[in-house]
Design a protein around this ligand. Sequence first.
Ligand code: NAD
Length: 367
Amino acid sequence: MADVQFETKPATQFDLFAGLESTNHEQIVFCQDNATGLKAIIAIHNTVLGPGLGGTRMWYYEHEKDAVRDALRLSRGMTYKAAVAGLNLGGAKAVIIGDPKTQKSEALMRKFGRFVNNLNGKYITAEDVGTTTKDMEYVQMETDHVVGLPESMGGGGDPSPVTAYGTYMGIKASAKIAYGTDSLEGKSVAVLGIGKVGWHLLEYLHKEGVKLYVADINQDILAKAANEFGAIVVSIDDMIGLDVDVFAPCALGGILNENTISKLKCQIIAGAANNQLEDEKVHGDKLKEMGIIYAPDFVINSGGLINVYSEYTGYVRERALAQTENIYQTILDINKMAVDHNINNQIAAIKHAEKRINDMMLVKSTY
Ligand code: NAD
C-alpha cells in the first residue's frame, strides 16, 4: 500500500484531493462544533462491500495534516481487513483531534454521534485508541450506527478474546505451511506483548503444549505469565533473535524493520499487532527471501473486526468464533497465492482483498 501523499505543497498546506485520489477514497467528512470543541474527521475509503466500519481514534495531533493522514491511512486498512475477512463491510475510520485525557466529554462524544448519524449508516463507528466502551455508549445515545458496546447493552464486549482465537488459528495455519502439520505440541512460540490479546493467546497455546517465551514492558504481567503458563521471560531485544518456531508480535506496530529483521531466527511470524512491517514491500520481501512464513497482520488479527461486525447483525459469540476460524483457510490461500505469483505474503493479502472488492463490484453491476 503506497503511503498517502500530501507533499506537493509547502508544509503549511497540503493538497487534500491529491491525497484522496492517491488512495481512491470515497468521502471525507469534517465535523466541527464550537460548543463542545469537537473537531473530527470521518474518512470513508470504500463501500463496495458494505457500510464502512472503523473505530474512532482520539489523539492530540500536532498538525491537522497528520490527523487527515491518519484517517486516510487507517480507513484504507479497514477496507482490506474487512474484504479479506469475507465480511460485507467497507472501510472507514474517524479521528477526533484532541487530548482524550482532558478534552473528552459526554457532550463531545454525543455531538460526534450526531455527525455519525447524519451519514445514515454509511459509516459505523467503534472504539479505538483514545476512546472507550463508555464513549461508545454516549455515541449510541445519538445513533444506532455504533458497535463495540458492552454485553449488558447487547454488544459483544471486549473483542480481544476473539482476536486471540483468530491469531491462534493463523499460527496453526502457518505451522501447517512450514511443517506440514498444524499441531503445535512441543513447538516454541515467543509472544511479544502480553496485553488483552497476548494473554488470551497464551491460554490457547499453553493448552496445546507449546513452549512459551514472553516479553513485555510490564513486569507484573510477565511474572503472571511465568506463574500460570510456565512461560520463560526474556528481554524484548533477546526475543527478536530467539531460535523459536514462531514469533508472535502482539504489542505495537513497526516491529519488523531494518534493525530487527536480520536478527530473526524463527520459522514463522504470526501475531496480532497492527502494521508489523515498517515497509510492506521492502520488509515483506526480506522475510520471503529469508524463508520465513509471515502471516499478514490484517488477516490474522481480523477476529476483532469479525466480532464487532457480528454485533451489527445480532451478536452471537459462537457465530463470531466460527467465522473467525476461517482465518486458518485464508492464511493457507494467501500463502499459496504468494508462492504462485512469487510475491510476499503481505502483498498477496492485499491482492486477495482487492480481488474480492473487484469481484463484488461486478456482482453489483446489475440490479
Ligand atoms: P494492549 O494494550 O492490551 O496490550 C499491549 C501490550 O503490549 C501491553 O501488555 C503493553 O505493556 C505491551 N507493550 C507496549 N509497548 C511495548 C513495547 N515497546 N515492547 C513490549 N511490549 C510492549 O493491546 P491489545 O488489545 O492486546 O492489542 C495488541 C496489538 O494487537 C495492538 O497492536 C493492537 O492494535 C492489535 N489488535 C488488537 C485487537 C483487539 O481485539 N484488542 C484487534 C486487532 C488488532
